[in-house]
Design a protein around this ligand. Structure first.
Ligand code: C5P
Length: 238
């Protein structure tokens, strides 16, 4: 795996057993440095699984999508910083105060401890949502792209490092908010794979060419019968 690509790939550990998660890390360790611990694995195994991944010399994206009142989000952010994760996220819909306080907490913690500051990202609109769902279920009338743009701007104004958004919105966000504002793109699929429950998918090559800083690989790799071959195909696509 070329070094410039290796630092942009995030592999999702969407399993509930510690041994399965660590097997994936060991299996892909040569190619992938960043592993995503999401709701399923964290709920089953707790923070110690993050420590186990760190113990293997790997970075963790803690994908718990904090969405609560500012005080609770700020305290959870401090806990994430204490765990030493590489990045974590909050929902932009929690609002600017929650985002600002999350950022302030990690800055204060890292300064006090002299430890590297985790990147703090905001989830804009989940990649499993589409324009229709946003309108009819969530009552957002002004269109999905406008909403993503609005939430990404709010995240930037709140001092966050970047957002989680679909590859389909990467160009628009970069044009509006600049190249340094990071974008993590999940919902990555090769044209030959089914979208599953994702609605706004993109191929790995397209997402990176559009300017995504990181792409999240989930079922496109770990859901395949031959995950190593699937990763190879993804590299060819890129
Ligand atoms: O298997 P799949 O590629 O759909 O996995 C995508 C991963 O990225 C899942 O772990 C999911 O929780 C996460 N994610 C997402 N959409 C977001 C944020 C995170 O799909 N907006």
């Amino acid at each position: 795996m070329p070094a410039n690509l290796k630092k942009r790939l995030i592999l999702a550990l969407d399993v509930d057993e510690r041994s399965r998660a660590l097997d994936i890390v060991d299996r892909f360790g040569e190619h992938i440095d960043i592993y995503k611990v999401g709701l399923e694995l964290f709920t089953a195994q707790g923070p110690s699984v993050v420590k186990d991944i760190h113990g293997r010399g790997k970075k963790v994206f803690l994908d718990l999508k904090f969405h609560d009142i500012p005080n609770t989000v700020a305290k959870a952010a401090r806990t994430a910083a204490r765990l030493g994760v590489f990045m974590f996220n909050v929902h932009a819909q929690a609002g600017s105060e929650a985002m600002r306080r999350a950022r302030d907490e990690v800055v204060a913690f890292s300064l006090k401890e002299g430890s590297p500051r985790p990147l703090v990202l905001a989830v804009t609109v989940l990649t499993s949502q589409n324009e229709e769902g946003l309108k009819t279920e969530l009552g957002v009338q002004h269109g999905l792209r406008t909403h993503v743009k609005h939430l990404a701007s709010l995240a930037k104004q709140s001092g966050l490092d970047g957002v989680v958004a679909s590859g389909q919105e990467v160009r628009m966000i970069k044009e509006r908010l600049g190249d340094k504002f990071l974008i993590v793109a999940p919902g990555i699929r090769l044209s030959t794979s089914p979208p599953d429950d994702q609605k706004r998918t993109m191929s790995p090559g397209e997402a990176l060419r559009a300017g995504a800083d990181f792409i999240v690989l989930g079922r496109a790799v770990t859901g395949q019968t031959d995950p190593e071959k699937a990763l190879e195909q993804i590299c060819m696509d890129i």
